[in-house]
Design a protein. Sequence first.
Lengths: 422, 95
Amino acid sequence: MSGLDRRRLVGGLAAATLARPALAQGAKEAAKGRVVVVGGGFGGATAARALHAADLAVTLVEPAEHYIACPMSNAVIAGLRPMDLQVFGYEGLARAGLTLARTEAVAVDGAARQVRLADGGTLPYDRLILSPGIALRFDALPGYDAAAAEIMPHAWKAGAQTERLARQLAEMPDGGTVVLGVPGNPYRCPPGPYERASLIAYLLKTRKPRSKLIVLDAKDTFSKQRLFEAAWARLYPDHLEYVPLAGGGQVTAVDPKTRTVRTDFAEYQADVACIIPPQRAAPIAAAAGVADRSGWCPIDPVTFESRLTPGIHVIGDAAIAGAMPKSAFSANAQGKVCAEAVIDLLAGREPAVPKLINTCYSLVAPDDGISVAGVYHPENGVLADVVGAGGTSPLDAPAEVRHREAAYGEDWFRTVSHAVFG
Amino acid sequence: MRILLLLALAAAAGPAGAAEDRPPPGASSCSGCHGPIAGAAVPTLTGLSAESIAGALAAFRAGTRPATVMDRIAKGFTEEESRAIAAWLAARGGT
């Protein structure tokens, strides 16, 4: 045995024993097959890592050079956080030995079990995991198309849009009006628009005190509502006006040329308009035949396998995950559970019935955090809340607790992004 | 000595250990927040015994240990589920 082989064997044994005995042993003995994962975000990259750790042949398809994370990006928008903390390369995944296909998946033949790639190649699979994220719908709100989004940024996919909105807010003269349009359910990151409202209000209060934010919402109830509303009353009574659906808050049309935002009852002239439009699963979901008429993907709550096309699993924001919100935390948890299910299926075992956790932190101001948590299990064919668990931070939490929740949120982001991207 | 211990552990896990060693329900979610670094705001579970993790989960569930979010999460698991999670985490070194 050469020195190299010996080192590899001992190292491999140590790693398998110390780090993940279950996955490594199980896969080596039993699970066989090719897995393709489409989408290198918090869901897909997590699943790919877990499958690779189980010694399965896995290919992660992701055309982007970098992953730009949405969580914490509201702080970037408000000028409170540098953009570069949101950007992650794929070198860590490559270093871990994962096979990356740096191209786009453009079609899936579910019957022949193969993925067609933009570079002309095809990838056969025994199991496919789609974690494609969302597409903004540019056909849902009159006046709001891709060109309008350049003027009225959604900033709901982090990247150039995030920087554009941050710049518009930074350059807006004091005395201006910011309008934030919030869609109806479902959409990525349920509390996200309200964290964004809070941090924009913070920016106005501290830097442009004669300015105002108007939040136009297409619904009447939302995530962490009592906590957000209490924080707004406490912190931003002069800078944030919230208009719910019942108050005429649903945005019905926009005019990017004049930066006008319309509802059925009023017209708002904005200096900066952030319009978060309705969404659906990213296009590959429909191309693969796993999206239903809602635009999202129905799944089995144990395996995340599509209800529409066998052999394809859908995780993350694109999936209809019942009570589980569309969050990075959820996607990460689903990535691990889905990988386990795929390993079991490829080994000919019955997948174990999972439980999953979600925890979402939001900032209402710098160092002032709130959270919502949930525990989920399959019930009646969907992922349902475990009754008696979960819920939001207490309304009367002292400042010290809110500081800690802000720190926990930042810590979660550091931990999960390091675990996923290395 | 170290190598011997590893070999013994590997032998104990055995080739057929796969199904038994799968993460119990909920366990794989923990590492979303609990990382390997000591001194982080969210405490690491590295080096904790199964007894101490199970004890903490029981106290969070009972509401006898001060908490921000862990009381809300621990209530989603039975005593038996919590013990299984604790044993799995401890066996993996806490992640």
